[in-house]
Design a protein around this ligand. Structure first.
Ligand code: ADP
Ligand code: G6P
Length: 503
């Protein structure tokens, strides 16, 4: 395998290990923010992506995707349980999301997390050319920066956390807090979605590591300096805009509205089925609005897309059962023959179908209890070429910092949520147009390429990294060459991590 001057390391690869019948490889357009964001830039940038292909056992041999070389990392079944389902998604994920589900701590998960992080670091060290830049992504790989520094002191190392970083009082619960913080601060630059995260890390570094820390720089006791900062991630705005204006997507949106019974209003939510997304609070709000006669099934239609995620983890399985029970109850109580109260879609969709759904919505309801960014909110705005539609957005999503013209709401406050939904449904079209126009204007200057450019320039201000990126606004159209070969697929049904365990 050849060595690269830019290596991206993320738990997930953008590429499935499936081959299409004609032998072409398939992009994994997975329903997850990280791969959605990164694949848009990397398919056009000479680099290597180190990551897990989604199964267990030997790592598959995967072809390059254009200029992007793929270096798979193998996981055994025991490692999948201890590292991915265990420490990453049952300890860190809930802890970093306000502990909305109680984090679970198991000592053997920590052992596996360390050894898998070490394997990722070794794989990265092998493919990085001397003096290369390495960009490590997300909470699964917090220890990789320090392991990599030990293996390859010549590298320039960046770390970006796509999820929130918790307040010190929550982080302090973590039994291995010192090691985890040290691991992350092995990087030269640590990036977050929001400035508050950098502040939290500075406080913890001072307290736990005796560092000198401000919100943008941490000096460790050995005098090494780690820079920190906020770099809010974004989407491939050009791709979503060009999809949304395709005649086939416009007519599909019309068809969807017709199939929904030509209601006065369509309310839409699109989430991974995750307890951080606030789906249950939202269902309570709809149900009470129906109960109180403030909305009627025949003129207000609710579409909830909830794609299964991390299905072998107990908390995700029980969430799915609770949500499906509640949707069944609401439909049983308020629906009629041919008129469902909630259209619940538990499937992955391709990008064009998502764009059509976004175009169909009168009110997009994005109400996570805590979310690093929430790219769905940005995708909705990018898809609204018609400068119409309302966005109801949680204050606890990173996107709320930027999309200030949304109808912002505290999703924990069900009464407030009900009033905000009604307010968005009844808003004056001129007001909606002004809000949507302002949000679209913001997104135009803050797409995924602008994000990568800002981060890579901060990592290396010589410009050698940022210069490889395409111009802002160019990601979508230029990606056609590789995308034509590497077909976009939405389904990951063969992925072990998503498969439901046998009953
Ligand atoms: P998270 O990163 O927690 O999954 P985000 O909202 O940031 O949440 O990103 C979710 C990504 O997954 C978006 O790019 C969205 O388009 C995609 N996605 C969500 N639901 C589906 C689905 N049913 N089918 C395909 N893609 C989906
Ligand atoms: C969030 C995380 C990503 C993750 C994605 C999907 O966006 O920040 O790192 O890839 O969720 O979750 P999954 O467990 O399927 O990778």
């Amino acid at each position: 395998m050849r060595q690269s001057s830019l290596v991206v390391v993320a738990n997930r690869l953008p590429l499935d290990d499936n081959a299409a019948p004609d032998g072409a490889c398939e992009w994994r357009r997975s329903p997850g923010g990280l791969t959605s964001a990164l694949h848009a830039i990397l398919e056009q940038t000479p680099a290597t992506w180190v990551g897990w292909a989604g199964g267990t056992g030997r790592a598959p041999i995967l072809p390059d995707l254009g200029s992007l070389q793929i270096r798979p990392v193998a996981l055994s079944e025991a490692e999948l349980r201890g590292y991915y389902e265990g420490f990453a998604n049952s300890t860190l994920w809930p802890l970093y999301h306000d502990a909305v589900e109680p984090p679970v701590f198991h000592r053997d998960w920590w052992e596996t997390y360390q050894s898998v992080n070490h394997r990722f670091a070794q794989a990265t060290a092998e493919v990085a050319e001397p003096g290369a830049a390495v960009w490590v992504q997300d909470y699964h790989l917090s220890l990789v920066p320090q392991y990599l520094r030990d293996l390859r002191p010549d590298l320039l190392i960046g770390f970006f956390l796509h999820v929130p970083f918790p307040p010190p009082e929550l982080f302090m619960q973590l039994p291995r807090r010192v090691e985890l913080l040290r691991g992350m601060l092995g990087a030269d630059l640590v990036g977050f979605q929001r400035p508050q995260a950098a502040h939290n890390v500075a406080q913890l570094a001072a307290k736990l590591l005796a560092a000198q820390a401000t919100d943008d720089q941490i000096t460790l006791p050995d005098a090494r300096v780690v820079r920190t900062g906020a770099f809010p991630v974004s989407i491939d705005v050009a791709e979503m805009q060009s999809l949304a204006r395709r005649p086939a997507v416009v007519s599909r949106a019309r068809q969807l509205r017709h199939d929904l019974g030509e209601p006065r209003r369509v309310l839409l939510s699109v989430d991974r089925l995750d307890y951080t997304k606030g789906i249950e609070h939202r269902l309570t709000a709809y149900s009470e609005l129906l109960r109180d006669g403030r909305i009627k099934v025949r003129d207000t239609v609710v579409v909830q897309v909830a794609v299964p995620s991390r299905e072998r983890v107990d908390s995700y399985r029980s969430l799915r059962d609770r949500i499906e029970g509640e949707v069944g109850r609401i439909n049983g109580e308020y629906g009629r023959v041919g008129e469902a109260a909630i259209h619940y879609l538990n499937q992955p969709f391709d990008r064009a179908e998502l764009a059509a759904l976004y175009r169909t919505a009168d009110v997009m309801v994005v109400t996570p209890l805590r979310d690093g960014m929430n790219l769905v909110a940005k995708e909705f705005v990018a898809a609204r070429e018609d400068v119409a539609g309302a966005l109801v957005l949680s204050e606890f999503a990173g996107a709320a910092d930027e999309l200030q013209h949304a109808f912002l709401v505290n999703p924990h406050d069900v009464d407030g949520l009900k009033e905000t939904l009604l307010c968005a449904m009844r808003a004056d079209p001129a007001d909606l147009r002004a809000r949507m126009g302002a949000m679209r204007e913001h997104l135009r200057g803050h797409d995924i390429i602008a994000w990568a450019r800002a981060y890579l320039t901060a990592l290396d201000d010589s410009g050698r990294l940022a210069d490889r990126l395409p111009a802002s606004g160019a990601a979508g159209p230029k990606s056609r060459g590789v995308a034509a070969k590497a077909r976009a697929v939405a389904s990951r049904s063969r992925s072990v991590a998503r498969r439901r365990p046998p009953a």
